[in-house]
Design a binder for this molecule. Structure first.
Ligand SMILES: [Mg+2]
Length: 208
């Protein structure tokens, strides 16, 4: 069972949105809507910055990182019931993977605040593959590490990019509505299920 990280396992919605707001305000001098700020969350950060401004992408990234790292401990949260769910899945013998577009040092920063790392048998970060979500590569990388077949695997995520990557890898896909994207956006991709809270996700995953 494979999980996306931001907006799926950990609530970084405010942290990431406000990091983007700070960077685009400071570097580009623009005020973007909440929706515009988070439209590409789930893609590698460098791609998100290039979408804001090709020319100022490096400076955006630098300013984003500085603000983000300084506020991670204060703003990152675990979603209610998530560690209980991960513990239950482990107790039921399900191999677990985390598939994130984050870079490894940034994922480590999150794990320094929230002790979730040990629930996962494999953690795939952006360094592990050349292509990233929505390409299937990071999902397939995790499945190889777990010695699992795509058709036996579930990819759980809050972003269209997670669902597309999971489907392209041949996995069952489950969208979660508590992250950066709404039910309508996720349902449009035709996932196998969309769930609204961790209790519903637990029911679904523990039945498999
Ligand atoms: Mg996400």
């Amino acid at each position: 069972m494979l999980f996306d990280f931001d907006g799926t396992v950990v609530d970084t919605v405010e942290l990431i949105r406000e990091s983007h707001r700070h960077a685009t305000r400071q570097v580009l001098g623009v005020e973007l809507s909440d929706r515009e700020l988070v439209a590409r969350v789930g893609l590698p950060l460098s791609d998100q910055m290039r979408a804001f401004s090709e020319e100022h992408a490096d400076e955006l990234l630098r300013v984003y990182r500085e603000w983000n790292h300084g506020h991670t401990a204060e703003l990152i949260r675990e979603y209610p019931g998530m560690s209980d769910l991960l513990a239950e899945l482990r107790a039921a013998g399900r191999p677990l993977g985390l598939v994130t577009s984050k870079m490894r040092p940034v994922a480590d920063l999150a794990f320094a605040v929230l002790p979730l790392r040990d629930y996962f048998d494999v953690i795939v970060t952006t360094e592990d593959t050349v292509r990233h979500k929505p390409a299937p590569d990071p999902v397939l990388h995790a499945l190889r590490a777990l010695d699992a077949r795509p058709e036996d695997a579930v990819m759980v995520g809050d972003a269209p990019f997670d669902l597309r990557a999971g489907a392209a890898a041949g996995c069952i896909t489950v969208g979660v509505t508590w992250g950066f994207f709404d039910r309508e956006t996720l349902s449009a991709l035709g996932p196998d299920a969309v769930v609204d809270d961790t209790a519903e996700l637990a029911d679904l995953l523990l039945r498999r």
